[in-house]
Ligand binder design. Structure first.
Ligand SMILES: [Zn+2]
Ligand SMILES: [Zn+2]
Length: 211
């Protein structure tokens, strides 16, 4: 059995969206559909996937702007941590402050909890609660031949997410990174919320925010 993973930047702030699917059952999830829904749908169709869940690392507007439309087109369930519900529900306000336009979003379907497993066909995505960038930030870890972490805006290549927006906490993000992400295997590939991939080992040694 094989895991399909493809990440690509979407939307106005080029948030990395990932399509993760089980090649055997053809069930898939989309992580952080922040826009460019047609592009996401094209890939899903090309792979013959059925999208079951839309997983959100957090509810900043640039990670949720395509969620309502993608749900409408696929029937997938909108999932996030309950502590980010206030951000999700205030999509219009968030967009307004950054100069973008949005409609009110479709309500969330499922709240995810720490250590919960989300089925992707024969694989599981493990939910890791990593507050700091937002109060309800999550990372998702999936393993096939290699382990992959979808880190959202918690951990970047040689950087970390900002903590000056609604409910952010520098202390919490550092605790989340050191206490949760740095306990993962060193070889874990990290798909970040924006920009280049990295590895846990690289960030342990070289990330200037967590030395
Ligand atoms: Zn963010
Ligand atoms: Zn972002």
């Amino acid at each position: 059995m094989t895991l399909f993973v493809k990440s690509f930047p979407v939307g106005p702030l080029q948030c990395n969206c990932s399509v993760v699917g089980c090649e055997e059952t053809k069930e898939a999830v989309v992580i952080d559909p922040g826009g460019d829904v047609e592009k996401i749908l094209e890939l899903v169709k090309e792979q013959g996937f059925t999208v079951k869940y839309l997983l959100h690392t957090h509810a900043h507007f640039d990670h949720i702007m395509g969620s309502s439309k993608l749900k409408e087109k696929t029937g997938a369930k909108i999932c996030l941590h309950e502590k980010d519900k206030f951000l999700y529900d205030n999509l219009k306000m968030q967009c307004g402050l950054f100069g973008f336009k949005a409609e009110d979003p479709t309500p969330t379907d499922l709240f995810l909890n720490d250590e919960e497993e989300v089925k992707i066909g024969k694989f599981n995505a493990k939910v890791i609660f990593t507050p700091g960038h937002t109060p309800g930030s999550l990372c998702f870890s999936v393993a096939d031949q290699e382990s992959i972490l979808f880190a959202g805006d918690t951990l970047f290549n040689h950087s970390i997410g900002r903590t000056d927006l609604w409910g952010g906490s520098f202390e919490d993000i550092i605790d989340s990174i050191k206490g949760r992400l740095f306990t993962l295997d060193d070889s874990t590939r990290v798909v970040t919320g924006h920009g280049e991939d990295t590895k846990i080992w690289t960030e342990k040694r070289e990330n200037p925010f967590v030395q």
